[in-house]
Design a protein around this ligand. Structure first.
Ligand SMILES: [Zn+2]
Length: 271
C-alpha cells in the first residue's frame, strides 16, 4: 500500500489500521476514526475489515470485524449506533431513551448526532463522503454519509442545522472534517448528475473531460455547503485521500464495479 496524506494519520492498534484527522487530535474529549481494509477477518473482495453484508460475506465475519475494531479503539460495542443508509438526508438524534432501549440499529437515517459520552456513531462508506462534525464547546458529535445524492440534498447542512437548532451550537464552534471518499480524480458522471451539482450554485465550474463526462468533487461541494451555512472555512478540513485511487487498502465501489465491502466512519465523546 501507498499511504500519503497531509491531513490524516494512519494509525495501528494491533493489526487494525485506521485513519484519523490530524486537526482533530488536539481535542482530548473526542475519539474518531475511519477504518481501512486492514486488520479484519473477511476474505476475497471483502478482505479484510468489512462492515457490509453482501454476496458471499457472512454476518459472523462482520460481527467479528466490529468486535476487533471496537476492541482496538476502546469502543463499547453495545453503544454502537448503526443504520441502514438510504442516500437520504435524514439526521437521527440519539437520546438517553434510545440508549436505554438497547436498540441502536436504525433504518432510513444517513446521519446521527449525540451529546451522550460513550455512544459511538458509525456510518458506512465505499466512495461516499463521511462528514464528521463536533461542537468543541458543548461537546456534541455528529456524523453523516454523503454520497452524491446525500450531498446534493445537503445532508451536511442538515447535520449542522441540527447542531444549531437542537443543541444550541454556535456555528463558529462547529468543527468539520470531510473524510476519505472518491476524489475528483476518479468521480466521473454524466450530464444529469452534473446538472444537480451545478444547480446548487456553489460557484464551482464543470468542464467536460476527455470522455465527454464531468468530474465531481464531493469534498469541495460539501465544504462549500457548510461554508454557506455559516461554518468558518478554517474549521473545515478535507481529507486528501481518494478511495478509488487506493483500492488496495480502502473499499471503493467504483474501482471494483461494486464487488467490495464497506469501510466505516466512527465518532464518539469519550466517557
Ligand atoms: Zn482517485
Amino acid at each position: 500500500m501507498n499511504f500519503n496524506s497531509e491531513t490524516m494519520n494512519l494509525n495501528f492498534s494491533d493489526k487494525v489500521g485506521y485513519l484519523t484527522f490530524k486537526k482533530f487530535e488536539q481535542y482530548p474529549f473526542l475519539s474518531h476514526a475511519f477504518s481501512t481494509r486492514l486488520g479484519g477477518v473477511s476474505k476475497n473482495e471483502f478482505s479484510s475489515m468489512n462492515f457490509y453484508l453482501s454476496g458471499s460475506e457472512t454476518p459472523e465475519n462482520i460481527e467479528e470485524n466490529y468486535k476487533i475494531f471496537c476492541l482496538a479503539l476502546g469502543y463499547d460495542r453495545k453503544k454502537l449506533v448503526r443504520s441502514l443508509q438510504i442516500h437520504g438526508n435524514k439526521i437521527k438524534i440519539i437520546t438517553d431513551e434510545d440508549v436505554k432501549s438497547g436498540n441502536l440499529n436504525f433504518s432510513g437515517a444517513d446521519g446521527f448526532i449525540t451529546d451522550i459520552p460513550g455512544v459511538v456513531l458509525k456510518t458506512s462508506h465505499a466512495d461516499c463522503c463521511p462528514v464528521y462534525m463536533f461542537d468543541l464547546v458543548k461537546k456534541v458529535v455528529g456524523l453523516a454519509h454523503a454520497g452524491w445524492r446525500g450531498t446534493v440534498s445537503k445532508i451536511a447542512e442538515n447535520l449542522a442545522r441540527n447542531f444549531t437548532e437542537k443543541f444550541g451550537s454556535k456555528k463558529e464552534n462547529l468543527m468539520c472534517a470531510l473524510g476519505p471518499c472518491i476524489g475528483k480524480c476518479c468521480f466521473e458522471v454524466g450530464e444529469g448528475v452534473k446538472n444537480e451539482f451545478e444547480a446548487l450554485n456553489l460557484g464551482m465550474t464543470f468542464e467536460k473531460n476527455k470522455n465527454n463526462k464531468f468530474n465531481i468533487d464531493l469534498k469541495e461541494t460539501n465544504k462549500r455547503i457548510l461554508e454557506n451555512f455559516g461554518v468558518p472555512s478554517k474549521n473545515i478540513v478535507k481529507s486528501d485521500i481518494c478511495s478509488c485511487c487506493n483500492k488496495d487498502w480502502l473499499f471503493s465501489h467504483r474501482a471494483t464495479q461494486g464487488k467490495r465491502g464497506n469501510n466505516a466512519a466512527f465518532i464518539t465523546i469519550k466517557n
